[in-house]
Design a protein around this ligand. Sequence first.
Ligand code: ADP
Ligand code: MG
Length: 344
Amino acid sequence: MADGRIRRLDGTLANQIAAGEVIERPASILKELLENSLDAGATRIRIQLEGGGMDLLSVEDDGIGIPPEDLSLALERHATSKVATWEDLQAIHTMGFRGEALPAIASVSRLELLSRARGQNQAARLQVTGGVATPAEVAARAPGTTVRVADLFFNVPARRKFLRGPGAELSRNQKVLRQIALAHFPVTFQLVQNGRTLTQFPAATDADDRAARVAAVLGEGFLANALHIEQEDRGYALHGWLGLPTYNRARGDEQYFFVNGRPIRDAVIGHALRAAYADVLFQDRHPLYVLYLTLPPERVDVNVHPAKAEVRFRDGRELHDFLFHTLRRVIAGQGGVHPQVAVP
Ligand code: ADP
Ligand code: MG
């Protein structure tokens, strides 16, 4: 093999390499599938798990669906309905855009794609095992899409060894769902494992519903111990809830920060938050927060991380100043509204 000759990787192998970056565990699949459902305009999404998602992970939506003639294309690398030009890439309005998730997932699992496009009277179904697809066949389904992912990493046992037990994988899936649910209030979400409903987020359309969802995620005590924040400056808008310094945790696991609707971890943001709380919190304690930053899409590059968990800001310094000063003012008791008045 090592004869120095250059060979083109076969498609499945190329997808498995891509999967190495994006598909680490069931929760990474769940994130990608939920993003696809949301991009498809779904209003109801149902997640089914078996074995924490390792044996089965399925996501079912009522979105726009996939036309039958495009079904097999959805599983090809770099095939996407979301971007077509360089200009599109400069201002991404969808969660997905890389056209990589489905082929990557399909290369390391047994995947079934079942979809009925709105306006079609039939659904179509396709099965892929380790990257090899069956031809699409006619099927029955209400408009929308179901993606079923079974036997994750059955063909890459080395990757399967890195998974934890079903309980640990389940809780990572639940974490992904909580994050996404906080960014998509109007959507109904249900998570079922082995036939039992574990999480249910009804559509949150008014302020009370939204507050209920926030309380369901961060705990009943959070909103009574949080400052509501709503601030705009120089094209940046920040809203959400900032936990009082007195309502802190030993671990920073109840911190949610969204950039244009995407859960993001970012050094600039992290620094601004730590600096804003620095004077009022012991160093080993962590605040709780749910914050939504909105900025023009051309001011943030979302195409820097395969799983889209990181972004690059065009002007990190300016953003840092905006965040730090806004948060600091609210924490210092000027400009925050307590208790919550309006829920975004
Ligand atoms: P991307 O989301 O980056 O476009 P994916 O591999 O995740 O790439 O999906 C490929 C394509 O399959 C999408 O662009 C979309 O057209 C279609 N698709 C995937 N999931 C769904 C869904 N739940 N509903 C409708 N279309 C979908
Ligand atoms: Mg996608």
